[in-house]
Design a binder for this molecule. Structure first.
Ligand code: C2E
Ligand code: CA
Ligand code: CA
Length: 745
């Protein structure tokens, strides 16, 4: 029941001699007393004539103490609104009522936020000019409402942590104006960092920044250290404050109560402190305020560190801590912008480690990681403050040197090569890391970061192919070649998709009877509609690098099998077809199976095919490669070692793998008639192969001189223009027919 609607006859408030009004109606009085609200009635002189028990509960004054007083005399306190009385008076006299949320004080001096409703009521107060005031305690509501809503809204709108914490401090100081609040963060190393302390002098905040927590480190440092609240009612004498007293005494703050802000694991990640200008500890309101705030602060701090972690993960390389590609690109883009403005040159350095894979493969990934970290540190040490560094991927690093001439860039790159090449101890093993560096200059070689990255990358590849551990400046010629390569790659991709490559076959003949086939070698041919015939020496390496080689191999396996089956059906006697395999295909676990499948599709057997591999496959110790070779061997496939004599020529490896044929490289064959060394080597290859039970195929036989020498020294099979060039299938058929005719003659 609203107070203004109370039946007037039950109230009696003597006007002349103020004394506590008594309510004649006992049930009504009980009802008023039971109300949670404080109810006050005043007479025309604005003096109190009645308060209910709710008033006593809220403000601590007994009714007797209130009688005849002005409300303002009793309830206003140090931080109450000074204009409150005037606005009450104005509003009540103008409209007869007034509603406000305001700060009043209890008898014990505790602040109380109240919602205050005042109604002018002549009858209720027993004469003209009286009023009834209902006060509702909204301190808690206020705290929750204001703090929770504002802080959560702040989080939603991505307010930075410091602003959010400053907001908490300001709100706390508004609710409890006798408090100066401060929020400090505690970092992983146990050091304090002010997040917000709007009421503390900046010099004090600066002095706090970086202080270690500990058992006697003021209220905050100690609270974080003990992970429990710490009260110092007198900063000037409290032993915990011994080291920080001098800093705080001039501020006029006398007491401090600090509580740890704990994360979800209960670990202190910050402190929330209330400073007071008097010697005192917290009261019940302060305790509730802190209870509310600690949760909000913990939420905000944890959210911020999650954000930072996500940012770190998204923009920094986990291994080396360097900016990643995305981060480097955006910082570099900005740096180029300011270089452009100042008309200063810059240099983009692309650093790639030499033979990094080898370290990874032979010493393990942990060693590879350690090497990368070591190199990252060395590179960083070569930089000036204004330079940028990033790790693009794997063993690739990029650097942007601001305000740097070509000469300076070359000098820096030399210093980097030197720094990288210092011996590096990884788990007791000494490594000598080497790198290749490509340099592209801003703005001459490009004015956008992507162009510069591409050009520096091209220069780095050039450095790598010239000789490793060197540097190379980007040139237009380089760019032209790179573009050619890119269009070659694109066209090749298309040719593979359209299946427009073809296979030519080169006869391999028996020395004893050059008209009799040992087999044919399938060789890929690419007739480009515009460029004409593109030699395999050009497109095979592109296919390897661009990851197209496996698709090409699968196609040629199928095509060669199809052709062989077709020849057999047509009655042509082709004993087997030799296929060139790329080392990369052996890294695919299903490769052996795929070869078997191709044969089966065309009704062929393993003995119908010879698999040519290079020495790099033979030396590849990867389990997947060995497993593929093992499976092929078990399925009855024969392996032929191509280009023998050009690679490692590690004879010791020969007996480890099931190799049944050696292809003597044409470089030897072509030197046979002129070089005694070539002859000596060929003789020993032939005798080793003989003793290991391997067939030798001499490649590139062009002259009868070569043929005769090879025949005389027991080389069983020959291949070369002397017997037949690589030919399209129909010409192979013609060749076969011609041989048959020659034979009959
Ligand atoms: P290779 O496997 O050593 O093939 C032999 C190369 O020597 C072929 O060159 C062939 O045309 C050439 N040749 C044969 N006899 C003579 C001769 O008497 N004199 C001279 N000067 N050359 C002769 P081609 O077809 O240009 O192939 C070059 C290389 O490309 C091949 O060397 C092989 O490594 C690669 N290649 C060709 N086709 C394929 C393929 O289908 N797959 C793979 N992975 N590589 C292939
Ligand atoms: Ca070959
Ligand atoms: Ca060869």
């Amino acid at each position: 029941m609203p107070v203004s609607a109370l039946p007037t006859h039950s109230l009696s408030f003597p006007e002349a001699a103020p004394q506590l009004a008594t309510l004649a109606d006992a049930p009504l009085r009980r009802a008023l007393d039971a109300s949670d609200n404080a109810i006050v009635m005043t007479n025309s002189a604005r003096r109190v004539v009645y308060v209910n028990q709710g008033f006593t509960r809220l403000f601590g004054y007994e009714p007797e103490e209130m009688l005849g007083k002005f409300l303002s005399q009793v309830l206003l306190g140090p931080h109450s609104d000074p204009a409150l009385l005037a606005s009450i008076r104005d509003n009540v006299s103008a409209s007869g009522q007034f509603h406000i949320e305001t700060l009043l004080y209890s008898k014990a001096g505790q602040p109380r936020w109240v919602s205050m409703v005042i109604n002018a009521s002549d009858t209720a107060s027993g004469g003209p000019g009286g009023s009834v005031t209902v006060l509702t305690d909204i301190t808690l509501t206020k705290m929750h409402e204001v703090l929770q809503t504002r802080v959560l809204e702040g989080m939603v709108s991505e307010l930075p942590l410091r602003e959010l914490m400053a907001l908490v401090c300001r709100e706390v100081e508004r609710i409890a104006p006798e408090v100066t609040a401060s929020i400090l963060a505690v970092d992983a190393q146990g050091r304090l960092h002010p997040l917000a302390a709007p009421g503390l002098p900046p010099s004090v905040c600066d002095a706090i920044d970086g202080l270690p927590i500990g058992p006697r480190a003021g209220s905050c440092g100690t609270a974080a250290y003990l992970n429990q609240p710490v009260v110092a009612t007198d900063i000037a004498t409290d032993p915990l404050w011994a080291d920080y007293r001098a800093l705080f005494v001039p501020t006029g703050l006398r007491a401090c109560w600090s509580s740890p802000i704990r994360n979800h694991q209960g670990k202190p990640v910050g402190t929330f402190a209330f400073y007071f200008r008097e010697h005192r500890g917290p009261d019940a309101l302060h305790q509730r305020l802190v209870d509310v705030c600690l949760h909000l602060c913990a939420l905000a701090i944890e959210r911020d560190s999650t954000h930072q972690r996500i940012h770190q993960l998204a923009f920094f390389d986990v291994l080396t801590g360097l900016p990643n590609r995305a981060m480097f690109r955006s910082s570099a883009e900005r740096a180029l912008g300011s270089l452009q403005q100042d008309a200063h040159p810059g240099a983009l350095l692309f650093v790639d480690l030499d033979r990094f894979k080898q370290v990874n493969d032979t010493q393990g990934h942990a060693a590879g990681d350690a090497l990368l970290c070591g190199v990252a540190t060395r590179l960083t040490q070569c930089l000036r403050a204004r330079d940028l560094i990033g790790r693009l991927s794997g063993d690739e690093f990029v650097l942007l040197l601001s305000d740097c001439s070509t000469e300076q860039a070359v000098q820096t790159a030399h210093r980097m090569l030197e720094a990288i090449a210092q011996p590096l101890d990884i788990n007791g093993q000494i490594n000598l890391p080497h790198a290749s560096i490509g340099i592209a200059m801003f703005p001459d070689d490009g004015d956008r970061i992507d162009t510069l990255l591409r050009h520096a990358d091209q220069a780095m590849h050039q450095a790598k192919s010239d000789h490793r551990h060197s540097l190379q400046l980007f040139s237009a010629e380089m760019n032209r070649r790179a573009q050619e390569r890119a269009s070659l790659e694109h066209a090749l991709q298309q040719a593979l998709a359209e299946r427009s490559l073809t296979l030519h076959y080169q006869p391999q003949v028996l020395s004893s009877s050059p008209g009799t086939l040992h087999g044919v070698e399938a060789l890929a041919r690419w007739n480009h509609p515009v460029w004409g015939m593109v030699p395999p020496s050009q497109f095979i390496p592109v296919a390897e690098e661009a990851g197209l080689i496996h698709g090409l191999t699968l196609w040629l396996l199928d095509e060669a099998c199809r052709q062989l089956a077709a020849w057999r059906r047509a009655g042509h006697d082709v004993p087997c077809v030799a296929i060139n395999l790329s080392g990369r295909s052996f890294h695919r676990p299903e490769f052996a199976q795929e070869i078997g499948d191709a044969l089966k599709r065309h009704g062929l057997r393993a003995s119908d095919m010879l698999l040519e591999i290079t020495e790099s496959v033979m030396m590849d110790a990867r389990p997947v490669t060995l497993a593929n070779i093992d499976t092929l061997h078990q399925q009855g496939f024969k392996l032929s070692l191509d280009d023998f004599g050009t690679g490692y020529s590690s004879l010791s490896y020969l007996h480890r793998l099931p190799i049944s044929e050696l292809k003597l490289d044409m470089a030897f064959v072509q030197d046979l008639t002129t070089s005694p060394t070539a002859r000596a080597l060929t003789v020993s290859v032939l005798s080793i192969a003989h003793s290991l039970g391997m067939v030798v195929v001499a490649e590139g036989v062009e002259t009868t001189g070569q043929q005769q020498w090879l025949q005389a020294h027991g080389c069983p099979v020959m291949q070369g223009y002397l017997f037949g060039k690589p030919l399209p299938p129909d010409e192979i058929e013609a060749w076969l027919c011609a041989q048959a005719v020659g034979h009959k003659r």
